[in-house]
Design a protein around this ligand. Structure first.
Ligand SMILES: [Zn+2]
Ligand SMILES: [Zn+2]
Ligand SMILES: [Zn+2]
Ligand SMILES: [Zn+2]
Length: 139
């Protein structure tokens, strides 16, 4: 391999919004600064005119397949690691894991009845017992 070391790759793959590794879909701004698709979506919820945090350009380019290919070839940790997931695998396999990750966000089974709770699967049983089970009265 050429003179690009892992630290340089990891620095180039850092998102300026979440300071975590860039996660697909990876969107470059019009000047080429990339951010995660998730971070872009979160910014779009807050503002209609989302611009790059580094240079204030807009985002009108398609996702970067080059950066996504780099992500695929790296060992990455699950995006739900803040919730407690310790899973690490190749980027190309991570999408499959994250779809079934038990630390990923789940909605309440009673959402049709107006419960807006969202949390990890590991907290769902506790939520249902505390909020949706009739309290047991032993008297
Ligand atoms: Zn990000
Ligand atoms: Zn930019
Ligand atoms: Zn996970
Ligand atoms: Zn609920």
């Amino acid at each position: 391999m050429a003179a690009v070391n892992k630290a340089q790759i990891m620095a180039a793959m850092e998102c300026p919004v979440c300071y975590d590794i860039l996660r697909p879909p990876i969107h470059p701004c019009n000047q080429g600064h990339p951010i995660c698709g998730d971070c872009r979506q979160q910014m779009e919820r807050l503002s209609q005119n989302v611009c790059c945090p580094l240079c204030r350009s807009g985002y009108s380019l398609p996702p970067s397949h080059i950066l996504e290919a780099i992500y695929d070839s790296l060992r990455v940790s699950c995006r739900f690691n803040a919730g407690g997931c310790r899973h690490v695998c190749w980027g190309k396999d991570m999408k499959i894991h994250e779809q079934k990750c038990k630390f990923g966000p789940r909605t309440c089974p009673r959402r049709n009845e107006g419960c807006l709770w969202i949390g990890p699967l590991t907290m769902l049983a506790k939520h249902c017992i505390e909020n949706h089970c009739p309290s047991v009265n032993l008297n």
